[in-house]
Design a protein around this ligand. Structure first.
Ligand code: SF4
Length: 64
């Protein structure tokens, strides 16, 4: 899986980090970021939930 965060769209609500804390975090400015080594989601099924939970659809996932 490839995870893309559109930082132009992200409003820093933190829903993704709350939903899938093993994959998403928030950077110093409060915007969503992927944890190091988790760029592929690490097989965590909560990644899709996090993408759905994002209020502005800033997260997209694609299967490779
Ligand atoms: S849930 Fe969406 S808007 Fe909120 S921090 Fe994550 S990517 Fe940004």
């Amino acid at each position: 899986m490839r995870i893309t965060i559109d930082k132009d769209v992200c409003i820093g609500s933190g829903q993704c980090a709350l939903t899938a804390p093993s994959v998403f975090t928030q950077d110093d400015d409060g915007f969503s970021a992927l944890l190091p080594g988790r760029e592929d989601g690490g097989g965590d099924p909560l990644v899709r939930e996090a993408a759905r939970a994002c209020p502005v659809q800033a997260i997209t996932t694609t299967e490779e």
